[in-house]
Write a new protein. Structure first.
Ligand SMILES: [Zn+2]
Length: 289
């Protein structure tokens, strides 16, 4: 596996980018770079970030993303894949009348709220040219085509709920319910706010962010973001189902953008999604340990 960290670095700090890295201008103020996390340049970037934050009291980079490239053999041998949804849209279900029960949420990190009504959403172009999309609140909608695909291939572990578009029950859009077989993250998974920042809570900045708990002492929410590949604990269920969610969540509770579970699927489900040209999911290998 080759892991690249893609970062949008502020142009005013471009003198700190190693000469070997060729960046591309993004607008007037940012330079996008890609750095191999196993290269010495990665350590230079880490040092530059530390210097800008600690000495200059400034921000070194804004956007970031990891790109992981696998060999054919690694893909062939994988037992599990992490799935992510490429397209996010607004408004979220809560803004359109979807009801949540918050009576059992964790008193520290507020994770654990439950959707207790059908998903209500608005008309939009979010499913144009794709079969899956997610609201910014991690409510996932799929086209009927995906529901039929799951039935046709008897994929195990997925369930779907009704979706109202406005007041009308949709016959083409369904909700992919985030429930089913749960997998535990292993300690090898690395969580943090952003690359090089492994904060477990917010200790500065304005309210309401200051004081937010990212790593809950109760173990239900593990961090703001998953920074490494996913590592999950082995269990018999991995061979029995095609779709899984992480038992623990990541993220933070902010009313609309809340904690979310990570999605996983079997190698068979990934292969069938690719073969049947189901559009809108991205995959990475999830390590079973
Ligand atoms: Zn908690």
């Amino acid at each position: 596996m080759k892991e690249l960290l893609i970062m949008d670095i502020r142009k005013k700090h471009s003198n700190l980018i190693p000469n070997e890295i060729q960046g591309t201008l993004r607008g007037d103020c940012l330079i996008r770079i890609e750095v191999d996390t196993s290269s010495p340049m990665y350590e230079e970037i880490q040092r530059a970030n530390h210097y800008v934050r600690k000495e200059l009291k400034d921000v070194f980079f804004f956007g970031w993303n990891y790109k992981r490239i696998y060999t054919e053999e690694e893909l062939r041998n994988a037992r599990l894949f992490k799935m992510s949804v490429r397209k996010y849209f607004e408004p979220c279900g809560r803004d359109c009348g979807t009801v949540y029960d918050t009576s059992h949420v964790c008193e520290i990190c507020k994770s654990g709220e439950r959707q207790v009504s059908p998903l209500y959403t608005r008309k939009g172009s979010y499913l144009n040219n794709r079969d899956v999309a997610s609201t910014i609140s991690y409510e996932i909608v799929v086209r009927k085509r995906f529901v039929e695909f799951v039935k046709d291939y008897s994929l195990q572990g997925l369930s779907f709920g009704p979706v109202y578009v406005g007041k009308r029950l949709s016959s083409d859009i369904f909700q992919l319910m985030i429930q089913g077989c749960e997998l535990d993250f292993s300690e090898r998974s690395v969580f943090g706010v952003r690359p090089f920042d492994y904060s477990e809570r917010c200790t500065s900045g304005p309210k309401p962010f200051n004081g937010e708990v990212y790593k809950c002492p109760k173990g239900d929410n593990l961090g703001f973001n998953l920074l490494s590949e996913a590592f999950v604990k082995d269990c018999d269920d991995i061979e029995k189902y095609d779709f899984f969610i992480s038992r623990q969540t990541i993220g933070v509770y902010r009313g609309l953008i809340n904690q979310r579970h990570i999605l996983f699927c079997s190698p068979r489900m990934r292969r069938l999604i690719l073969e049947n040209k189901i559009r809108g999911f991205d995959f990475e290998i999830a390590n079973v340990v």
